[in-house]
Structure formats: C-alpha cells, structure tokens
Ligand binder design. Sequence first.
Ligand SMILES: C[S@@+](CC[C@H](N)C(=O)[O-])C[C@H]1O[C@@H](n2cnc3c(N)ncnc32)[C@H](O)[C@@H]1O
Length: 203
Amino acid sequence: MHGIGDVRFFDRFARIYDWVMPAADRDSLAAALSRADGEIDRLLDLGGGTGRASIAVDAGERTVVDVSRPMLARARTRTASGPGRPADPPGPLSAMQGDAGRLSVGDNAVDAAIIVDAFHHMPQQAAVVAEANRVIRPGGVLVVREFDPSHPLGWLLVRAEHAIGMQSTFYTPDDLADLLADAGFSVKVLDSGFEYTVVGTTR
Ligand SMILES: C[S@@+](CC[C@H](N)C(=O)[O-])C[C@H]1O[C@@H](n2cnc3c(N)ncnc32)[C@H](O)[C@@H]1O
C-alpha cells in the first residue's frame, strides 16, 4: 500500500506532523456533521492520518482509516496520555490501515465519514466518494474539507505540492460538489475560502 499516491510523503512526515499542523477546525466540522439525520455514533475519518480531525469532532466511536502506517501509529498514541502526547479523545478512537477507495467496511455501517485535508492526496477520488456513499447509512453525511485551487493561497499550495513531487489533485467547491452529486449524494457547500467544506447527505 506504500505505493499509493502521496503516501510516501506522510510516511516520512508522520513524526513531526502533529507538531507543525494547526488544530482541525472544530466549528466547521460540527456544522457539517449536524446536517446528519440523527446521532453520529459511528464515524470514519478517511485519510485520517494521526487522528488530528477525529479528536476535533463530537462523535461516538471513531475509526481513522489511512494507508500510512507511521501516521496510524501516531493516531494510536491518542489513546495514551503523557508528556508531549495529545489529550485523550472523549470516546473510543481506533485506527485501521486501508485505502479509502476500497474500504473493508460493510454497507450502511456508519453514520458519517470525514475527509479532512486528505482528498486531494487520494489517487482514486471517484472510487473514494462511491465507497463513502456505500458505507454511510441513509441520512448520514460525508464531510470533505479541502483547499480551493482558485483561491490565491490555494493556487500557491497546488504549486508548492507539485514542486516537491506530490501528485495531488484539487477541486474547486463547485466541482467537488458535482463529484459528490454524481455519486448520489445530496450536496451543499457550507463555507468557502482557502479551505472550504462540502457536505453530502446520503439518500
Ligand atoms: C495531509 S494528511 C491529513 C491527515 C488528517 N486528515 C488531518 O486532517 O490531519 C493526508 C493523509 O491522507 C492519507 N492518504 C492518502 N491517500 C490515501 C488513501 N487512498 N486512502 C487512505 N488514506 C490516504 C495519507 O497517508 C495522509 O495521512
């Protein structure tokens, strides 16, 4: 699985990732997840890395799914406390190695999935969205937080990632909304700017 897209970068970056990244945007994620019909008891954090976004959401059982073993190893430390370690999450947090485009999860098995700052690194993007639609139960939500390549900072980010050899593919909010709609989601763009949020509700 190490050959997948940009994962080799995260294998190397895992050790310092949580020290250099700002916290995930709790309010945007909460607003998006609140569009689900009912409680979020089971949540998948796809391309969830070290669990940075998982610990920012108010949900029951959370599972980080990622290809990178070093990133997942870091996510597993979320359950341990101690100096230099992130605080314990409020509910169960587990980590599972896997490709978001081929999930080992049953149909309608979860209430929600989030993909935060990760979708542009995933090579099989249509498959990722289709898999999310399969595993989220009707009335649940897929929340995608991404960077807008048409924003000046997004333009710089695209060039910076490509300059270091990443194969990232970015979508504008409207184009990402179309991709989710084509997969069968009912879609809303919740906020815009350099980083934006699109939420898809399963029918
Ligand atoms: C920038 S990190 C974001 C991590 C986390 N979502 C966060 O907000 O901190 C991108 C993550 O996507 C993961 N990734 C890339 N392609 C993937 C795929 N096809 N399936 C699962 N994870 C993937 C990488 O290994 C990396 O951990």
